[in-house]
Design a protein around this ligand. Structure first.
Ligand code: 2AM
Length: 178
């Protein structure tokens, strides 16, 4: 069964800026450029026969294009024992509105989403259990700007395991037309 989620692709210039944060952190597994994305709605494993229905629902999630700035670093987990290091986006208002439209289309039609409390983020690094603190890095980059992103579409990704972490493939793009 394909493992699916909706999200945003990140432009190459922003990816390069984000990966400049790649420092020697204990226990860190940094994402590669082709793995960087922003998750909007995580569906998990879906019967292949239901994928066209998922795609038809995504086409109903109307929203106007908007601008997002990628800015600042944060983490999930405690700073001394992080699970995920991420870059934030601002302002979150329009993105949350888009996420809610998409999430309601899916949940109103029988799908269950696994990220009910949505915190927009771009995962930069995942940490092993023996990870060191990310506090010094976060302290240096509370608001560092990584670039601006014109959000004019969202995409359906399929996630597959690969030798260097997950491989994300775009299955379909959904233009934002208001
Ligand atoms: P993460 O980067 O914070 O781990 C593909 O796996 C994408 O979906 C990743 O961005 C991942 O978030 C997110 N994801 C993975 N499993 C998830 C889950 N159970 N609930 C919500 N989001 C998940």
């Amino acid at each position: 069964m394909p493992r699916l989620f909706f999200g945003l692709e990140i432009p190459g210039a922003i990816k390069s800026e984000l990966l400049r944060m790649k420092t020697d952190l204990a226990g860190a597994r940094w994402q590669q450029a082709n793995q960087l994305h922003l998750t909007l709605a995580f569906l998990g494993e879906i019967e292949a026969s239901r994928v066209p229905y998922v795609q038809s629902l995504a086409r109903e999630a109307h929203h106007s294009p908007f601008e997002l700035r990628v800015q600042g670093l944060g983490c999930f987990g405690r700073t001394e024992k992080p699970k995920i290091l991420w870059a934030g986006v601002t302002p979150e208002t329009e993105l949350r509105a888009l996420q809610q439209r998409l999430a309601s289309e899916l949940t109103d039609n029988g799908f269950e989403l696994q990220n009910r409390s949505f915190k927009p983020h771009i995962t930069l690094s995942r940490f092993r259990a023996n990870a060191g603190s990310v506090a010094p890095l976060l302290d240096r980059h509370p608001d560092t700007p990584f670039g601006s992103l014109a959000v004019h579409e969202f995409v359906l990704f399929e996630s597959n395991p690969g030798p260097q972490g997950s491989v994300y493939t775009v299955l379909e793009r959904y233009p934002l037309t208001g």
